[in-house]
Design a protein around this ligand. Structure first.
Ligand SMILES: C[S@@+](CC[C@H](N)C(=O)[O-])C[C@H]1O[C@@H](n2cnc3c(N)ncnc32)[C@H](O)[C@@H]1O
Length: 350
């Protein structure tokens, strides 16, 4: 039955919601493409591992904070009972349009999709009368349909406008930032978010270029300029990789978003509720790791040696990487780190 349905979906035109791959419910470790594996499809990373980790009660209320093309959401819905509920959000309007156009998702009374950034989760849930949740799943970063669409400006591999906003309805594009920022501001962004040792030289070149000609408006112009400014190259890596990562993180305030949603999760998760985060680079993972450690480890306070130990609000449960089979099938999973923590009852709402 599930296979017949999947086969019907797979025969739909690539890029349409009905075109999901038959591998959407494959066994753990198998890559799962949504959109039928076409040029703008997304292969979900750590699909079964993340869903197994977040779902504790089939009747529970869950949030998928990064819907993307819905790989994790679909498997969660398969595992949820009729009384279960899944609220999915994405800050990219195209992801929301995609979810709303999906007949199966739209017809499912347990599912809801909202256009929002996950830092807005407390207000979004409060407006829907949801005080506490059983699990929050975050699969950070950008989806393949975003990176692979030249019009979004995320990739140095394609020529497109230098945009990089996940939410194209608000905020400042990368081009607008580079046009108004000082050399020092640009250097700090590239150094701090790209961990790029040539950040000062790249910033100098960008500012000189803006001073002498029309503003930088395309990905191709920026990547050519970075290639001229970076003296050595890392094996197997385009010289513009770190600069593009830095600008994307900055334009989307990705690290601030993450810090805010982690704090919100502490307040929203029920006792026994799970926080599951998949990160793709060290800056993100460091924030998740430090946050979980801060709330799950007893810290000896030298200033108050006889005080009772601080009450712990999380238990750290797991840290996982993609299996060699998944990495071989989907190279994007190579850098993924999944962390799982469980909310204790200390100070929890329900
Ligand atoms: C890696 S993809 C998620 C893929 C998804 N798990 C799937 O299987 O299709 C990340 C998605 O999260 C969204 N996103 C990233 N940061 C966000 C934020 N702060 N708030 C809401 N959505 C965000 C992106 O727009 C993108 O669609």
């Amino acid at each position: 039955m599930a296979h017949a349905k999947a086969a019907r979906r797979a025969s739909a035109a690539p890029g349409t919601p009905g075109a999901r791959s038959v591998r959407a419910v494959g066994p753990a470790g198998n890559p799962v493409s949504v959109d039928g594996g076409g040029p703008l499809s997304h292969t979900t990373v750590l699909l079964h591992e993340a869903v197994d980790a977040v779902l504790t009660s089939p009747e529970g209320c869950y949030v998928d904070g990064t819907f993307g093309r819905g790989g994790h959401s679909r498997l969660l819905l398969e595992r949820l009972a009729p009384a279960g509920r899944l609220i999915a959000i994405d800050r990219d309007p195209q992801a929301v349009v995609y979810a709303r156009a999906d007949a199966a998702l739209s017809a499912d009374p347990r599912f809801q999709i909202e256009h929002a950034a996950f830092a807005e989760l407390p207000a979004l849930l409060a407006a829907r009368g949801v005080a506490a949740i059983d699990g929050l799943l975050l699969d950070l970063g950008v989806s393949s349909p975003q990176i692979d669409d030249p019009a979004r400006g995320f990739s140095f591999r394609f020529t497109g406008p230098l945009d990089m906003r996940m939410d194209t309805t608000r905020g400042e594009s990368a081009a607008a930032f580079l046009a108004r920022a000082t050399e020092q501001e640009i250097a700090e962004v590239i150094r701090d978010y790209g961990e790029e040792r040539f950040a000062p030289a790249i910033a100098r070149a960008i500012v000189a270029r803006q001073a002498e000609g029309p503003p930088l408006t395309t990905t191709a112009e920026l990547s050519a300029l970075v290639a001229r400014s970076v003296r050595t190259r890392e094996a197997g890596q385009d010289p513009a990789t770190r600069t593009f990562q830095a600008l994307r993180i900055f334009v989307n305030a990705e690290l601030a978003q993450l810090e805010q949603v982690l704090e919100a999760a502490l307040a929203l998760l029920k006792p026994g509720g799970r926080l599951v985060v998949i990160s793709f680079h060290s800056l993100e993972d460091r924030i998740v790791k430090t946050f979980i450690a801060r709330h799950s480890r007893e810290v000896f306070d030298r200033r108050a040696p006889f005080a009772p130990p601080a009450a712990l609000r999380l238990h750290a449960l797991a840290r996982l990487r993609a299996s060699p089979a998944e990495v071989a099938a989907n190279p994007r999973s190579r850098s993924a780190i999944l962390r799982v923590a469980e909310r204790t009852a200390v100070g929890a709402l329900a």
